[in-house]
Design a protein. Structure first.
Length: 250
């Protein structure tokens, strides 16, 4: 799920429980797959590439819909979980840093979801990711990513510990801490696992929409649309989250 430049500890140590504890609710996954599928069908014909494919939460249902899905992930443990699922052995998956690893080109769409883009720890790494996405795309192809709005992150950090809905019903608590000086936030997860408390920590380098648009422009991409979530709702002042769709001009 994460590139080596961001650290792969939790993606390796907790891969065997990742689907239980850290995947979004089924309705969110369905909405994400629906939108990605619809976007891919507006792009030029060709395969799609998921950065941080993880255990295949999105890639497998997209493949079931007839898309040719490729993926890249830094965690062999996550890829092993993907391979064990029905259809997982049929996907083309490369193990490595999703910025630096050669995954080929000629893609109709490159996408990165669930905040994974922001595990890249510096602006330089994020700029490089945009540039690599543009290089991998066909003319008219799309680069799609999701992100929290910084204002929503501050509100979340100020609200204290929050319960996260876990797929298997285990108790998962999350806290967020903002490091404004470095434009980062840290998410700490505590999971009650069979009477034991497990801890996972992930550090993100956040960016506002305007900064993302500048990164995209530097890579030769332009903003096609920005939505208020994977459900396709419009972005509003009350939104906490956005999905940005960038296009490589034909």
């Amino acid at each position: 799920m994460t590139p080596p430049t961001a650290g792969t500890g939790y993606a390796t140590e907790l891969a065997y429980r990742y689907d239980d504890w850290f995947t979004p609710p089924p309705a969110t996954t369905r909405a994400t797959v629906d939108l990605l599928d619809a976007l891919a069908r507006t792009a030029p014909g060709g395969p799609v590439l998921e950065l941080g494919i993880g255990t295949g939460r999105l890639a497998l249902p997209l493949a079931e819909r007839g898309l040719k899905v490729h993926g890249v992930d830094a965690s062999p443990a996550m890829v092993e979980r993907l391979r064990a699922k029905p259809g997982g052995g049929e996907l083309t998956v490369t193990t490595g840093d999703f910025v630096e690893t050669d995954c080929g080109d000629g893609f109709a769409m490159v996408y990165v979801a669930n905040g994974t883009f922001f595990e890249l720890p510096t602006q330089k790494a994020q700029l490089c990711c945009f540039a690599q996405a543009a290089r991998r795309l066909l003319p008219g192809g799309l680069f799609v990513l999701d992100a929290y709005l910084p204002e929503a992150l501050v509100a979340s950090a100020n609200s204290g510990a929050q319960t996260v809905e876990a797929a298997n019903g285990d108790l998962v608590m999350r806290t967020r801490r903002i490091q404004a000086a470095t434009q980062q936030y840290t998410s700490d997860y505590l999971v009650l696992d069979d009477g034991r408390c497990r801890h996972a920590q992930v550090v993100f380098r956040y960016a506002a929409p305007g900064e993302l648009d500048l990164m995209a422009a530097a890579a030769g991409l332009r903003l096609r649309e920005r939505l208020g979530g994977w459900s396709g709702v419009a972005l509003r002042d009350s939104s906490t989250f956005h999905v940005s769709v960038y296009e490589l001009p034909a």
